[in-house]
Design a protein around this ligand. Structure first.
Ligand SMILES: [Zn+2]
Length: 267
């Protein structure tokens, strides 16, 4: 069961699988504790969402202070629903969004301390990775496209190949995002999932004309397929659309919403 932490008005979630490691910081932010209003209320961390830039900047300052993370230590994704993962170092700090060479990055990993890996979410699944022996971390944005393209497995393979990680030493958390209750697609998308892996039919329910997939379980299966132990994977079970007082939800707010962040860092 996740922990809802509160520092003044700022609320963020941590997960038991990643707690208790002295060298590790992780969290998933919520919509609580910022200065933005209306559909962005209040802790919107997404530039380019339509919110006032000043409010978002203020939110970054508040988040940084509450979590004890220096803004200059953050490396953000430049998410475009790909399965691209990237190894990042100190020189990548502050590059996202500004550097034309830093496009189409939906997953980040590193083994270097004091780099806060950050992904953005409002329904799409956050995936946290931690190799407890190699002391290496990964953070991915897995929407349905990223899930379908196996960004989870790609992250594990990259951490194994580049950092010498062993999947058996890795922990993962599948964080707050659309549950099977709320992730519905039409037949064309359903067909894409079933053609990728016909066993996904076990994780699909048809309701009227719509098809509901369990993206959490699909990501979990992909992680196991790439060598992780099932017992090392935590599914938070928190649906963003069902818990809209705590989370932004793209589908629940018809596209007008702020963004929350998954953050992981080696201290
Ligand atoms: Zn739901």
């Amino acid at each position: 069961m996740h922990t809802l932490n509160r520092t003044q008005d700022f609320e963020y979630i941590t997960f038991p699988s990643l707690q208790g490691y002295g060298g590790l910081f992780h969290c998933f932010t919520t919509r609580k504790g910022g200065v933005s209003s209306e559909e962005f209320a209040s802790m919107n961390l997404g530039m380019g969402t339509g919110d006032d830039v000043e409010n978002v900047e203020k939110n970054y300052e508040i988040m940084s202070k509450r979590l004890g993370i220096r803004l200059k230590d953050i490396v953000e994704t430049d998410q475009t629903h790909t399965n691209n993962v990237r190894y990042v170092t100190d020189k990548d700090k502050g590059r996202a969004m500004k550097d034309p060479d830093y496009n189409d990055v939906d997953g980040l990993y590193t083994d270097i301390r004091n780099i806060a890996l950050m992904t953005f979410h409002a329904d799409c699944t956050p995936l946290f990775f931690y190799d407890t022996v190699k002391n290496a971390i990964g953070m991915a944005h897995a929407g349905w496209r990223g899930t379908l393209q196996n960004i989870a497995g790609k992250m594990i393979d990259a951490m194994v190949k580049d950092l010498g990680c062993n999947p058996k030493d890795m922990k993962a958390v599948i964080g707050p995002s659309l549950g099977q209750c709320c992730f519905e697609v039409d037949e064309d998308v359903a067909a894409m999932f079933l053609s990728y892996d016909s066993s996904y039919s076990e994780l699909m329910v048809k309701k009227g004309e719509k098809f509901h997939f369990d993206l959490w379980e699909i990501n979990k299966r992909l992680m196991v397929k790439h060598g992780m132990d099932e017992n090392s994977i935590e599914v938070s079970g928190l649906c963003t659309k069902c818990n809209r007082e705590l989370f932004f939800s793209h589908r629940g707010q018809k596209g007008k919403r702020g963004l929350m962040c998954g953050i992981i860092m080696l201290k």
